[in-house]
Design a protein around this ligand. Structure first.
Ligand SMILES: Cc1cc2nc3c(=O)[nH]c(=O)nc-3n(C[C@H](O)[C@H](O)[C@H](O)COP(=O)(O)OP(=O)(O)OC[C@H]3O[C@@H](n4cnc5c(N)ncnc54)[C@H](O)[C@@H]3O)c2cc1C
Length: 144
């Protein structure tokens, strides 16, 4: 899935990226050569899941990076978290899910999945967990 056209219009695309992602530092998210411009979410350069939950968890880290930069401080890199529930049945509610983080492999210089927890069986416990997860997300996003 390609990055936002805004990245191209701004002339900040990584010329080697088939998805036309931004040319950014993979740990600090700022544009290479300009620490006043940050790109996160679906237009990021790293191969993390293009999902709402990933973008949400990553945005909290990027906000910390920007605040730290303004204060001339540093922040340790933190992986985004990807948590995805698929409610596959409604009566009764049943869901399957995946939770994963990412790690950087120094040898290959690539990101890989880390601490992945996959539940492929549809069950009602998963269904209830999906509701609890959604409630937590709504509280977090809308300060309920
Ligand atoms: C059909 C569909 C279903 C999905 N379902 C799921 C799901 O079930 N679970 C899940 O986790 N993820 C899902 N996703 C993925 C999820 O929506 C994205 O990963 C997430 O929204 C990325 O967040 P973002 O902030 O990077 O980008 P976006 O949410 O796309 O935000 C970018 C914003 O920038 C704005 N913008 C663009 N250009 C300009 C411009 N020139 N000037 C000003 N503003 C501009 C856009 O209007 C938009 O509001 C789905 C995506 C699609 C398309």
């Amino acid at each position: 899935m390609r990055a936002s056209r805004l990245i191209e219009e701004a002339g900040i695309t990584d010329k080697y990226s088939p998805q036309k992602a931004a040319n950014t530092d993979p740990f600090r998210y700022h544009l290479i050569g300009d620490e006043r411009v940050y790109v996160t979410g679906d237009s990021r350069s790293q191969p993390f899941s293009k999902g709402g939950h990933t973008a949400h968890s990553e945005a909290q880290y990027v906000a910390e990076v920007i605040a730290a930069h303004a204060l001339d401080r540093d922040v340790h890199w933190r992986s985004p978290q990807t948590m995805c529930f698929s409610a596959v049945d409604i009566e009764p509610l049943r869901a399957m899910s995946i939770i994963t983080y990412y790690k950087f492999d120094q040898r290959t210089e690539l990101f890989a999945f880390d601490r992945t927890h996959l539940i492929e069986e549809w069950d009602t416990q998963g269904g209830q967990a999906s509701l609890a997860w959604a409630e937590g997300m709504y509280r977090d996003m809308f300060y309920l």
